[in-house]
Design a protein around this ligand. Structure first.
Ligand code: HEM
Length: 483
């Protein structure tokens, strides 16, 4: 069916299944390293394809799906035209540079303070050896708090607005309906509803709008998701308009949004208001969701692997002094094992796990071992690239130590196809920010708390709609006795 229609793929994403879609595709790639998943789309399974498709040397461009998802405004992710993308990237790049780490750290520390208050309130008595976890003591749902934390932090760093979500314990935000009445929505829930609605139908880009209008008539749930997506856009638009108003009123704010209001020499940048809103949307979406997923998954892998957690604790305890309630970036930025744990978690559970679609140039392109004709859609998922057994020994094992080998070609080979942030000119611009967020968060929590999963066999489950969302991570929590 995939030779003539995308509907099979849409069904594959939409149907409920025990395993996430990227896992199913990865398993199929075990037998078929190159698979046709749509009439003009080839999905690859061997890691080498990642370099060929996304690397700096690649002549691929973004596939039509990015246009279909644009919904009006243009932001860095969905600008297909290479020169327009470079111009936009140049406009904002300086604001994302690592030299701002200490400034970002202040926003992170503020939210961390509130998070620790919330976590301390949820602490229980220590779990004795051999004791079962009391389900009533699973007080800390790590996915919920990771979401509140990372979205709050990125809206502060990006838009100079403090949502106080961690303090409140929820992400409720008020918006106005078309009839003038107001309602409160859960921001992250609405964002995710929009991703669900798009991810099941967008693959047939030409008929996407048609499919959506049919689906909303046939399914009440689908219509609800579309409404929630619109609510999310309204919330982002409000935050952006408020930010633009502050600029017009003379406030100079040192955030990620500022370069979209004024250039370095005070000139007006070449960007429309609807693109500013689209950029804010993408920034909050990417800057909240990716880090939240990664924090939650990494916590899970650490608690699931006690020997790794013990080794990490030693590294963190040696780096921090007892008075460091929140880990200072300067003391944890070079912790090798912590970095290896974060990378290993993103290898096994890449927050953006799904195939990212690119179009081959008119003259065609060699991808892995295949010569692919021009204007063909090609892709490989981070999920598969990170599990290529020729590159990653024992690929299903959580083993941070694999990243600590030195001076060997093996490490170079792994790095070359490690693509949680994609590669090349379209790679993630927010990587420097998320590294600070994740490092400070994990070092602080690992130093201060002990954790237990519901039971020894408990496993984290995921939902996948473009991004790979952990469903729930309920933890029992207690404070460590640090000498
Ligand atoms: C663990 C955290 C993160 C992960 C795994 C991640 C992953 C990615 C990936 C895979 C892409 C390429 C998307 C594509 O080609 O379709 C991307 C692009 C992007 N990300 Fe992230 N991201 C993370 C954090 C962030 C943060 C913190 C921000 C903003 C503050 C951000 C903003 C962006 C933007 C603006 C792009 C588009 C870049 C361009 O095309 O020039 N991301 N990210």
């Amino acid at each position: 069916m995939s030779g003539i229609s995308y509907l099979g793929y849409c069904w594959e994403i939409a149907r409920s299944h025990k395993y996430i879609h990227s896992r199913r595709l990865h398993d199929a790639h075990g037998k078929h390293p190159v698979m046709r998943v749509g009439p003009d789309w080839l999905s690859f399974g061997k890691a080498q394809a990642a370099k060929d498709i996304y690397g700096y040397a690649s002549s691929c461009s973004k596939a039509a799906i990015y246009d279909a998802l644009s919904g009006g405004g243009r932001h860095l992710v969905n600008i297909s035209d290479k020169s327009k993308h470079s111009a936009r990237r140049r406009m904002v790049a300086a604001a994302y540079a690592p030299r701002h780490s200490e400034k970002w750290e202040m926003s992170i520390a503020e939210s961390m303070t509130h998070l620790l208050t919330q976590m301390d309130r949820r602490c229980t008595t220590p779990l004795e050896a051999g004791q079962d976890v009391d389900p009533n003591e699973l007080n800390f749902e790590a996915m919920h708090w990771s979401n509140l934390f990372t979205f709050e932090v990125i809206i502060k760093i990006g838009m100079s607005k403090d949502m106080r979500w961690v303090e409140m314990g929820n992400d409720l935000i008020e918006i106005t309906n078309a009839d003038g009445t107001t309602k409160k929505i859960s921001a992250v829930h609405c964002l995710h509803a929009g991703s669900r609605a798009a991810a099941v139908l967008v693959w047939d880009t030409e008929r996407f709008s048609l499919y959506q209008s049919i689906a909303k008539r046939l399914s009440k749930k689908y219509a609800e998701h579309l409404q929630q997506a619109a609510d999310w856009r309204k919330a982002v638009s409000n935050i952006t308009r408020e930010r633009m108003e502050r600029f017009k009123n003379g406030e100079v704010l040192d955030d990620l949004f500022q370069p979209m209001m004024t250039g370095r020499r005070g000139e007006e940048p070449d960007i429309r208001d609807q693109d500013r809103i689209a950029e804010a949307d993408q920034m909050i979406n990417g800057g909240g969701d990716g880090p939240a997923i990664s924090l939650c998954s990494t916590l899970y892998y650490l608690v699931k692997n006690p020997a790794t957690l013990t080794r990490l604790r030693e590294e963190i305890d040696n780096a921090l002094s007892p008075s460091d309630r929140i880990a200072p970036w300067s003391k944890v930025r070079n912790l090798e094992y912590l970095k290896a744990c974060i990378d290993e978690s993103m290898r096994l559970s890449p927050p953006v796990a799904t195939d990212l679609l690119r179009k081959t140039p008119p003259e065609g392109l060699k991808v892995d071992t295949e010569m692919v004709p021009g204007n063909t859609t090609v892709s490989i998922s981070a999920y598969s690239a990170h599990r290529d057994p020729d590159i990653f020994e024992d690929p299903e094992a959580f083993r941070p130590e694999r990243w600590l080998i030195r001076g060997e070609d093996k490490l170079k080979d792994m790095r070359a196809v490690f693509i949680p942030f994609s590669l090349g000119t379209r790679a993630c611009i927010g990587r420097n920010i998320t590294i600070v967020v994740q490092t400070v968060f994990l070092a602080t929590l690992v130093k201060r708390y002990e954790f237990a999963l519901p039971d020894l066999n408990w496993e984290l489950e995921f939902d996948e709609y473009f991004n790979l969302w952990p469903l729930k991570l309920p933890l029992k929590l207690w404070q460590r006795e640090v000498a």
